[in-house]
Design a protein around this ligand. Structure first.
Ligand code: NAP
Length: 409
């Protein structure tokens, strides 16, 4: 494993939050546990190769390693050293492999901790189909969506109390004495907070993304028919954000249906109830583009969509906040394959392509996606896809990355 110093320049944030990206940014990487080092070894040459090919040496990433997970524990005694957090803040952009979450009490997921301490409030998951990949649906190519899932609120906020605990009993008493609500004995209790601030910053980011990329719609997915003051409020604040902050560039689906004039080219703001959305993405996927949703809905929906186009092994993702963004493989550490140079590095590679887009280096990001498509089209794949594709040529993890670089030419 190569350790580089900080040979480049730092990305900076301007007033208003825009990133200023030098041609030679320092970017931190976390290799991750289990198969993390395998997929990172395959990914790094793909990212460097795409940047080199797109900009002919005028741009270059200066990588430096960030310690986290099992190696960090071994070397520093801490699974997520403060220095790592500080360096992610400093480099503004980072990429990471999967990290082990030990099962059992007292150990919080490092991924959740990273999201919370860096306030990475938007979990962004693009979902598209790569021809050749086996899919459980008839027309997977119709799926081309980006899910913006709120990452910090909802029942995932970690406000919950175990059945029989003093806190759960106190909470039950509070409800009974003040609101006349009676919980069943020994109920475990969880709280679902959804705030205007949390909703608006997520929806703002989703709409800005659709406008920047010229995408046709943003769909607010919620369960507001049942949970009126949380999911319903998400819908209300979502529409408010569109109306108050993007009046010139957005129009509601209702207005379009009522025959509003001069709406061509505007982003259409739609809304769907979460359960119906699961049907919609199967039956009419071509009608959806950007999705903005609450934490739990987004968790389910992004995995269901990934399965629709052929599985989680290739799904990229990022956790983005106003001051930092961490791009990551969405699968776990797959420990039984660690060190075997076997697993599919596609998820981390595509997350790296997202990272290049985020830097404004879209030419390099596109090169990666096109080359990956050609590589799979040529039947060159890792074991997970080879076992489902007739006539495929199975290659190892590193060799798959190498084939992508070769297909850039
Ligand atoms: P997992 O690591 O995702 O592995 C489950 C199975 O998925 C593997 O056995 C393999 O299937 C397939 N798979 C995963 N990654 C693959 C890849 N790159 N290429 C091909 N196939 C792949 O899930 P897990 O076993 O539940 O979790 C293991 C550890 O990862 C846990 O400690 C968990 O907490 C952690 N985790 C971390 C993250 C993260 O850091 N973001 C996310 C999820 C889980 P086959 O056996 O069929 O080949």
């Amino acid at each position: 494993m190569e350790k580089s110093g900080y040979g480049g320049q730092w990305i900076t944030l301007e007033a208003g939050g825009a990133m200023s990206v030098p041609s030679n940014p320092n970017i931190g990487y976390i290799e991750g546990d289990g198969t993390g080092p395998d997929i990172w070894a395959a990914t790094r040459p793909v990212l460097d190769g795409a940047v080199e090919k797109a900009y002919g040496g005028k741009r270059q990433i200066h990588w430096f390693e960030l310690l986290a997970g099992e190696r960090a524990t071994k070397e520093t005694g801490e699974p997520l050293p403060n220095k790592t957090i500080e360096l992610i803040k400093k480099s503004v952009v980072a990429i990471k492999g999967p990290l082990t979450t030990p099962v059992g009490k007292g150990m919080r997921s490092l991924n959740v901790t990273l999201r919370q301490v860096l306030d990475l409030y938007a979990c962004v998951r693009p979902v598209r189909y790569f021809p050749g990949i086996p899919s459980p649906v008839r027309n997977p190519e119709k799926v081309n969506m980006v899910v913006f899932r709120e990452n910090t609120e909802d029942v995932y906020a970690g406000i919950e109390w175990e059945s029989g605990s003093a806190e759960a009993e106190l909470f039950a008493r509070l409800l009974r004495d003040n609101f006349g609500v009676t919980l069943r004995d020994l109920s475990g209790v969880g709280v679902k907070p959804i705030s205007p601030e949390g909703t608006k910053r997520l929806v703002r980011r989703a709409i800005a993304y659709a406008i920047r990329l010229g995408l046709p719609s943003v769909t607010l997915v919620h369960k507001g028919n049942i949970m009126k003051y949380t999911e319903g409020a998400f819908r209300k604040w979502g529409y408010e954000t569109a109306r108050q902050e993007f009046a010139e560039s957005t129009v509601s689906e209702e207005e379009v249906e009522a025959g509003a004039q001069g709406v061509g080219g505007k982003v259409v703001i739609k809304e769907r109830i979460a359960d119906s959305m699961f049907q919609q993405v199967l039956l009419r996927p071509e009608e959806y583009s950007v999705i903005a949703t609450t934490n739990l809905n987004g968790d389910y929906l992004s995995d269901a969509l990934a399965a629709q186009v052929g599985g989680l092994g290739m799904a990229p993702g990022a956790n983005i906040g106003d001051e930092a963004a961490v791009f990551e493989a969405t699968h776990g550490t797959a420990p039984k394959y660690a060190g075997l140079d076997k697993v599919n590095p596609g998820s981390l590679i595509l997350s790296g392509a997202m990272m290049l887009d985020h830097l404004g280096w879209t030419e390099a990001g596109n090169l990666i996606r096109e080359a990956l498509e050609r590589t799979i089209g040529a039947g060159v794949v890792t074991y997970d896809l080879a076992r489902q594709m007739k006539g495929a040529k199975e290659v190892g993890c590193f060799r798959f990355g190498r084939a992508i670089v070769e297909h850039m030419n």
